[in-house]
Design a protein. Structure first.
Length: 459
């Protein structure tokens, strides 16, 4: 029996309606779609993390390796323990909160911020082990569970079009159509997107990977041909890797000394809240897209993928990076047919290879990688078919879940809006028996959180 057969048997690939080749392509697709985090996370965190005797570029390289290690460990747990096709890495948004709000805004040492992430991870491990996270997620109203996939789809679509410069900021209307005709990035992105859609529509396996690699290759060929200068449609430089993580590993221990208990608690709570709901939303949304949910809209054995998130966050804090979460880009691999933990195992293996191939990953332009988000974002819109739009509680709760996500740039905010709205609208229609006590309590807790967040208490 070959290694492929053994992997197929361990992950029950055939029983899941897949095969080893499909799972491998799905893993490659997911990795290509999310590999930008290896480059972006260090850029964001290095604004806050400074190490005496090291330049910012060297610190960025350290954080890149820390990012890879945290992603590798978390995704391995997802593959081997949860056996789900989801990948994990330090979360976007959470890294910005870490750098710009906690460290630069509040003036908290970066070591203390890492300590807050570490404590959050430990809390997650404990409440996941006792089933508390699973219980809270199962309290989510049905319209929220069945609309979160479409909400994530719009969010992915919006992010992808922004990165491709097809959608740009506008002072009058907030967003507008970019100058596709004269912008080489937007032009190449649209052409690559069109080619990817054609391949996908024709049922070509690996269409998203082919679209990403083909668009990246076109950008490099145009650069080599002298049509564009280096840095216009290709990365300006390809950095080498800094493997000395000594200044970052264990630095969170220093951050536990002399902290203000109230401020530290608020920071831990904020990390906890955003990570909790981002992960829950992603798991439910991608699972709905992949057909993994049961009739009640719940993911069977959801505590296992949640544990991967908890362990990843804890390990990430130890090696020097911000909160780890499940990535919405996992939906790209699911779209390619990934159905088991073998997909996640391939992603983990590629993260391991990335340690020595950071420059190669850096060669793929961001606009090429984000083609995957646009394609999958559109495909995920099919989730709106599962929402009972004739029911006022479903319509309001589901509608807010879908629209608030992209408009506030947060999966967590979209989930919270839907969760808060459901018991209110359900009560307004007189269906009090349909509302569980836990749903009222969850909605009240979210209202309290938003009051703290928007009132400036964290600042």
């Amino acid at each position: 029996m070959g290694i492929g057969d053994r992997l197929g048997e361990y992950f029950a690939v055939e029983e899941s309606g897949s095969d080893v080749r499909t799972e491998a392509i799905a893993g490659l697709t997911t990795f290509l779609a999310m590999s930008y985090i290896i480059l972006v996370n260090p850029i964001i965190l290095s604004e806050a993390i400074t190490v005496e005797g090291y330049s910012q570029v060297e610190v960025q390289q350290m954080i890149a390796i820390a990012t890879i290690i945290a992603s590798l460990v978390a995704t391995l747990v997802m593959a081997l323990y949860a056996r789900r096709p989801f990948a994990l890495a330090p979360g976007m948004g959470l890294n910005a909160f870490f750098a710009f709000t906690v460290v630069l805004g509040l003036g908290i040492p970066w070591q203390t911020a890492l300590a807050a992430v570490f404590v959050e991870g430990l809390i997650f491990i404990v409440i996941t082990a006792v089933g508390a996270r699973k219980y809270v997620i199962e309290l989510f109203p049905e319209p929220v569970k069945f609309s979160v996939g479409a909400g994530i789809g719009v969010f992915l679509l919006f992010i992808g079009l922004q990165e491709m410069q097809v959608v740009v900021a506008d002072e009058s209307t907030l967003v507008a159509l970019g100058d596709v005709a004269s912008s080489p990035v937007a032009g190449l992105g649209v052409l690559g997107l069109a080619g990817t859609f054609v391949l996908w529509a024709r049922g070509v396996k690996g269409s998203i990977v082919l679209g990403i690699l083909g668009t990246a290759a076109a950008g490099w060929l145009l650069t080599f041909a002298g049509v564009f200068e280096r840095g216009v449609v290709t990365p300006p430089t390809l950095a080498s890797a800094q493997y000395d993580l000594t200044p970052l590993v264990g630095a969170f221990l220093e951050g536990l000394d002399g902290v203000d208990p109230l401020t530290f608690t608020l920071v831990v709570f904020t990390f906890f809240f955003v990570d909790f709901f981002d992960t829950a939303g992603t798991l439910i949304g991608v699972s709905q897209f992949g057909g993994f949910l049961d009739e009640e809209g719940d993911l069977p054995e959801i505590e296992k993928p949640l544990m991967a998130d908890a362990i990843g966050t804890t390990v990430g804090a130890v090696v020097g990076t911000s909160t780890v979460t499940t990535y919405i880009e996992s939906s790209t691999g699911v779209e390619e047919g990934g159905r088991t933990g073998l997909t996640a195992l391939v992603v983990a293996a590629l993260f391991a290879l990335a340690i020595v191939a950071v420059p190669l990953i850096a060669a793929i332009p961001a606009y090429a990688s984000y083609i995957a988000l646009v394609v999958v974002g559109i495909i995920m819109l099919q989730g709106v078919l599962d929402v009972e739009w004739n029911d006022p509680a479903w319509a309001v709760s589901g509608g807010l879940t879908i629209t608030v996500m992209p408009l506030t740039y947060s999966i967590a905010n979209g989930l919270a809006a839907g969760i808060i709205a459901y018991p209110v609208i359900r009560a307004a229609t007189g269906d009090f028996r349909e509302i569980r006590l836990g749903q009222w309590l969850l909605a009240a807790a979210l209202v309290g959180y938003f009051y703290v967040q928007t009132s400036g208490m964290l600042l």
